[in-house]
Write a protein that binds this ligand. Structure first.
Ligand code: NGS
Length: 286
């Protein structure tokens, strides 16, 4: 589904064109575009051309440069689209094994509790939208926004919904968020795809010319080894959507800090893989 800006708004985008150079700006001084951003990365001024209030959720590992780039890019883009929004970045304290699903769940709850957003856009840290007209709002169905990723020259496979995914609050609740139990690289997006299908929510995908994203290059992240158990876990995870996700998140992590940084809200958490899997052993092995 293509959400694109109406022409009268598009005209005002010219000064905000997002080319490659723009996305490489340094991170010391806040450019004037960000002067209206409130601490925690919230923007509520001169906005609300659309009725939705949007939370951007970015699970973060250790690519600070990319985080700075994508956050700045998003502020420019979302302001140009006259949206009310907040940006939330969640990070796990090391040493640990990365858990993208759990990080996204925690950030979602934080955003929901403080902002009551209508739309949640789960966004990889390495993806830059190349189309300013690609509106960052939710539709009636879950919407896969990153339909063309320069890393893959399109989609890596047809059921792929990773990268950038827009879910409204009802969607997130119905699927019980993401699985908390996939540690390491791979699979959390595929399990979300199964949840959306199993709950019959339907799915839309932006056309490839609008949903075009540039992938920023990177090495493999520290603390994020490939999860070799992921395929094995699918079958049992699929049976336990209602027991594994937002409803079972409490007690699986410790909230260390919520910090209002100038351009985003930073949520820092701690969790122990062995303990989490042990607490959920009936799901993992059942
Ligand atoms: C698939 C993974 C997805 C992942 C996608 C793209 O193979 O979680 O590759 O990854 N699924 C499984 O491993 C089952 S990427 O190249 O963007 O890192 O999102």
């Amino acid at each position: 589904m293509d959400n694109v800006l109406p022409c009268n708004v598009e005209d005002r985008l010219q000064e905000l064109l997002l080319d490659d150079e723009e996305t490489n700006i340094g991170n010391d001084e806040l450019p004037v575009t960000f002067k209206d951003v409130q601490p925690g990365g919230k923007y509520v001024q001169k906005c609300c051309a659309f009725a939705q209030k949007v939370a951007i959720i970015i699970p973060y590992g250790d690519r600070k440069e990319q985080l700075d780039t994508v956050v700045r890019h998003l502020h420019r883009l979302l302001q140009s689209q006259h949206l009310c929004y907040g940006i939330y970045v969640s990070e796990l304290a090391y040493p640990t094994v990365f858990n993208k699903g759990l990080l996204m769940n925690v950030a979602y709850l934080t955003a929901r509790d403080e902002g009551h957003y209508d739309c949640y856009i789960f966004h990889d840290v390495d993806l830059i939208s190349q189309k300013e007209r690609h509106l960052y709002i939710c539709g009636e169905k879950p919407n896969h926004m990153s339909s063309f990723n320069t890393k893959f020259g399109g989609l890596p496979y047809i059921k792929y919904i990773g990268g950038v995914l827009a879910l409204n609050d009802t969607h997130v609740r119905v699927v019980n968020g993401f699985s908390n139990l996939l540690f390491g690289w791979g699979g959390e997006d595929d399990v979300m795809e199964m949840r959306i299908a199993d709950k019959h929510l339907g799915l839309t995908r932006v056309s490839a010319d609008i949903g075009r994203y540039k992938a920023l290059p990177h090495d493999r992240d520290k603390g994020n080894p490939v999860n070799n158990d992921r395929y094995k876990m699918y079958r049992t995870l699929r049976k336990h959507t209602d027991q594994d996700g937002l409803t079972s998140l409490a007690g699986l992590y410790e909230l260390l800090k919520v910090e209002r940084r100038p351009l985003y809200t930073w949520i820092y958490i701690k969790c122990n893989k062995t303990e989490v899997l042990q607490k959920n052993k009936n799901i993992v092995f059942g």
